[in-house]
Design a protein around this ligand. Structure first.
Ligand code: PAF
Length: 284
């Protein structure tokens, strides 16, 4: 695997692939890779001729400086994992390389309601930072395909809209959530859970599964209330939100017949770690 630390060297590599008529899949990450990331790499490998992964802990998407500081950075381990997947190239830039002038965003985007609820309401400025870095990375990498996980569902919707707004010629591919054996959605944050919090975290996916089983039998209001209470009553767990929304617009719905696609989204804090998860309840 080639490792590029500068924009110029990476762009030279990408240009060569494109000149050869090859498709280029891009998997942006913040490192601390796990099976979830590797599933994105594998999907890219299966879809595209070349796969580029980036590892960049983007400072502009953290609203909490201690979260940024504590973000795990096991780079050597990440490189070994990418090599074992035969990833073609890793982009490993410094902050200066990604933001040569300043961390201030030069563009701002109107994502409408998509950025308002859930993560948008609980993490001020988070999606501005995500949009800023993904736009910059797409500008640098010039990939033909972009692979992003359903785990960060609202982020996925924001990036989908970003691509539409900027009219970048890149195809966005949504990759399914990968779960631990007990159902916990894989996340780089899971390694920071102490054993007690890790045991409690299993309630998140269990609750989502039960909500899915109850979907269509109980009202949305009842399901939301039940889901919230189930998690809130786990000792030491606090719920930031438990929403059941239209999976396209992220708007609240009262009646399931109003929407073609419905999703349940949740964020909790347990043992000092914030975890998110979601489950599609209705797909068309
Ligand atoms: O989902 C992530 O890991 C990050 O938000 C992303 C898309 C790599 C941007 O920093």
């Amino acid at each position: 695997m080639e490792i590029y630390k500068t924009v110029q060297s990476l762009q030279k590599f990408v240009q060569k692939q494109k000149d050869d008529g090859l498709t280029v899949g891009f998997v942006p990450t913040m490192g601390a890779l796990h099976e979830g990331h590797l599933s994105l790499i594998r999907l890219s490998q299966a879809t595209c001729d070349r796969t580029i992964c980036s590892i960049f802990v983007n400072p502009t998407q953290f609203d909490d400086p201690s979260d940024l500081e504590k973000y795990p950075r096991p780079v050597e381990r990440d490189i070994a994992m990418l090599e074992s997947e035969n990833c073609h190239a890793l982009f490993l830039p410094s902050v200066k390389e990604v933001y040569p002038d300043s961390l201030e965003a030069t563009e701002s985007y109107d994502f409408g309601f998509l950025e308002k609820p859930m993560e948008g309401a609980h993490r001020t400025g988070h999606f501005d930072g995500v949009a800023q870095v993904v736009n910059r990375l797409l500008e640098i990498v010039q990939a033909t395909h972009l692979f992003m996980g359903q785990k960060d569902y609202q982020q996925f919707k924001i990036i989908d809209r970003l691509i539409e707004l900027t009219q970048r010629p890149v195809q966005l591919v949504r990759c399914p959530i990968i779960r631990e054996e007990d159902g916990l959605a894989m996340s780089s944050r899971n390694v920071r859970l102490n054993p007690e919090a890790r045991a409690k975290a299993v309630h998140i996916s269990q609750t989502l599964r039960k909500i899915k089983a109850g979907f269509g039998h109980k009202s949305i209001i009842e399901l939301k209330k039940w889901g919230f209470e189930q998690l809130e009553q786990v000792d030491g767990m606090s719920v930031d939100y438990f929403e059941i929304v239209d999976a396209d617009t992220l708007q609240n719905i009262d009646d399931v017949s109003e929407s073609q696609q419905v999703i349940a989204c949740v964020a909790v804090r347990v043992g000092g770690i914030r975890l998110i998860d979601n489950m599609l309840l209705k797909v068309h």
